[in-house]
Write a protein that binds this ligand. Structure first.
Ligand code: SR1
Ligand code: MG
Length: 405
């Protein structure tokens, strides 16, 4: 294991690396800053004022939660996944300049003209291309790594390459197990005690979560990003890039789609506070609901287009199966989306959309709303047939607790 880099040693690393010197041309005036937004890796922005890049180093544990041990070769896996994603959605991924196997790091394009989507959503910004871009990214990467496209032997080979057992166990515990039991890693606003107790006592709901966990463990449908939240997306007015696929493995497609939509819901709930005026809140929330609808409809249309034009027609000759397949993905989307909402509200790793609400009552109200959306999604998922139902469940959910105003 190489030493964790610092803002000083990362400069020594660049100066001593052929790729680093070639990238910068001149290493005169090189400086570095640490970026601390993520939970898992050390990330440094290195610049000489003209050119820049990011160095992302994998430690043998999560930097924010050091109790969570993680394999350092996830940097190599991330590199391989990015190559694969770039093949199918080059305009929505990020460029890796080089991978250093010995130091467990990747040198990555610095998208400094973009911001983290979560920050943009908290600030109430609208991105006109976002839903189409994410819908397309998901359809391209998920379809092309599924059995609908790949010959089964090739797919099985990829499944072996991307088993990623330790990173998947982290998500398994944090998303499907701990938040639904009394676990010491969980933390929630005490004002939510009653709601959490009711959730933990709801046998039908816990059984539904078991069924999702079983699918997460056993349904190797396509190569997932497996941490597709609004902190894994960089945006500006024209572009959308998906980063950080270090948790990638073959799992159920609805997990990626659901995680992404869930983070829109978490932001929707957070605007209880982030929008100061009721009219602004209502307007932004309706934009978020439209995002849910358009992301799904783009994903669905693009996935079906790919199936029609590039699908393996010998293996899958019956076109009526397509609607059934997408309906099942929609139901999984609701279920996996709900588990993401719950874990970000009462589990270990929360989100800024809710955690940064300073007033306790307002935060509790927003969190209560998020939990009620999750319960509605989980309860109704077996009967869902179209995205409008999911949007309507979101729109009609109400918090158990009133905000302070
Ligand atoms: C211990 S890592 C906590 C969370 O951060 C990552 O972004 C994943 O979402 C993980 O669950
Ligand atoms: Mg990440």
């Amino acid at each position: 294991m190489s030493e964790p880099l610092t803002t000083q040693t990362v400069l020594d690393y660049i100066r001593g690396s052929a790729e680093g010197v070639a990238h910068f041309g001149s290493t005169e005036g090189l400086r570095a800053e640490a970026l601390t937004e993520g939970n898992v890796n050390l990330i440094f922005r290195v610049t000489n004022g003209h050119r820049s890049l990011l160095i992302k180093q994998a430690l043998p544990h999560s930097w924010r939660y050091p109790d969570f041990k993680m394999p350092v070769d996830r940097a190599g896996l991330e590199y391989d996944v990015l190559q694969l994603e770039t093949r199918w959605a080059p305009e929505h991924t990020v460029r890796v300049y080089w991978h250093d196997e010995a130091r467990h790091l990747n040198a990555i394009e610095d998208l400094d003209q973009h911001i983290v989507l979560r920050a943009g959503l908290i600030a109430g910004r609208e991105y006109p291309n976002l839903a189409r871009h994410i819908g397309r990214f998901m359809a391209q990467t998920l379809f092309h790594t599924s059995d609908l496209y790949l010959p089964s032997a090739e797919k099985k080979h990829l499944v072996q390459r991307f088993t990623n057992p330790v990173m998947c166990k982290v998500q398994e515990d944090l998303v499907f197990t701990q938040p639904f039991t009394r676990h010491p890693n969980n933390r929630w606003n005490p004002r939510l005690d009653q709601q959490v107790a009711a959730l933990h006592a709801n046998a039908a709901l816990i059984s539904e979560v078991h069924s999702l966990k079983q699918a997460y463990l056993a349904h190797a449908q396509a190569l997932l990003h497996n941490d597709l939240h609004s902190g894994s997306v960089l945006v500006n007015a024209v572009e959308t890039r998906v980063i950080d696929p270090e948790f990638a493995f073959f799992g159920p497609i609805g997990h990626d789609v659901g995680s992404y939509l869930a983070n829109l819901v978490l932001n929707y709930a957070g605007h209880e506070h982030h929008s100061a005026l009721g009219a602004t809140r209502a307007r932004y929330r309706s934009w978020l609901l439209e995002q849910i609808r358009e992301t799904w409809t783009t994903f669905e249309a693009e996935f079906l287009r790919l199936w029609e034009t590039e699908g393996n027609a010998i293996e899958w000759p019956e076109p009526t199966y397509r609607a059934r397949y997408l309906r099942d993905v929609l139901r999984d989307t609701a279920g996996f989306g709900a588990t993401e909402i719950v874990r970000r509200t009462i589990g270990l790793a929360h989100v800024a959309d809710l955690d940064e609400i300073p007033n306790d009552e307002d935060r509790a109200s927003a969190e209560s709303l998020a939990l009620n959306v999750a319960v509605a999604w989980l309860t109704m998922r077996p009967t869902l047939t179209d995205i409008h139902q999911l949007v309507s469940l979101t729109e009609t959910a109400r918090p158990d607790l009133a905000p302070s105003r």
